[in-house]
Ligand binder design. Sequence first.
Ligand code: SF4
Length: 424
Amino acid sequence: MPAAVRSRTDACPGVFAPHDAADGALARIRLPGGVIGATALRLVADCAEDLGDGRVHLTSRGNLQLRGLSRSGALAARLGGAGLLPSATHERVRNVLASPLAGIACGATDPPPRVSTVGPAADDPPFGTSTVEQAALHVPTGRSPDVRAMAATLDRGLCARPPLADLPGRFLFALDDGRGDVAAEDPDLCWQAPDRLLVAGVDNGLRVAEAQAVAALLHAAEAFLALRAADGGTAWRAAELVDAPARIAAALGRSLQEGHLHAATPQQGGSPATAQPAAARPGPVRRDDGGLALVVAPLLGELTADQVRLLATAGPAAVVTPWRTIVLPAPRVPAAGLAAAGLLVEPGPAADISACAGRPGCAKALADVRADALAALSRLPGGRVHVSGCARRCGAPRAAHVDAVALAGGRYLVDGVPRPGLVP
Ligand code: SF4
């Protein structure tokens, strides 16, 4: 889409600039790299209960969202006081994905362990004894780059550059440890180990070493803004600029001459997408150090405040993924305890279904899609299903899925076929 098609700047919500939805203000809490500590989880749970609708929603970019808020400064004051809002000017541009299992489990394809084995174990390494959350999430195996730490560095670099506050709220960075999971999430700029720099998913032959990856991404973001200004447009995404991959690569030429980057033969096909990343489905994951991590999923990506507090007891930090799951690197709470609280701890139809906000939260919705999805749960065909209240299809997964869109009068368009309801 050429930049000229955009007639306005994007209005992605943040905490300082919430979106006015039909059920009240909606605020998005950015979590670069998906990391959130236990103390912050408790605070978010309290804020949801005290200021919102009592729920915490996971987003398709690994962030948290609160709904049903009143327009006051109370949320910003509470989150800011806890360090969750390091920059008022750059809040909406802190959109950084990192491979959620980086430093925890390499991309090995061992058979998944049984869920009944997950819980505190006597021989489990003393995971998370560090007071530093980043350290708590890293098992130093030497097998993959610590993209989560790189995400934190990128976040600081973003916030330290005043011009980058002008990035669109939809502009997305990704740091992929080589397994291709977050590279497949349609980032505008992505560094993928060992050395690929992708622009709008396109490999233009740019190669950058791990040590220079963050600097290269920041340069590329500045180049996007410069090109957008030169075009006189209001593009929200790199792909909306004409010939963005080649032009951004050319703009990085100065760094190339300085030896930070080097050119290689472009590889076809951009980033290889894994069919379903391990962190996208609930269940145990064998850690590189021999212990067990656990991926949990809330039904329809929505957590109660009590579920969030329970997750806060499971370890010093957790990783929110762009697939509406949460990685617990070394759960201190048995999987059975999490399941008893209503969290999904193993794959199944309930983990395969997602839905947008729908009625009554969204004024555009033609149906209460979340209620319809839950009612249809036992009768849906296997595989991923996303239910949308209108043709915008908010939050639809990138992976292949059955596409159900509400029509007027309780009808649905399912993979393009009109039906009297969500299920026959
Ligand atoms: S898909 Fe439509 S109904 Fe659903 S949240 Fe988006 S705009 Fe609202």
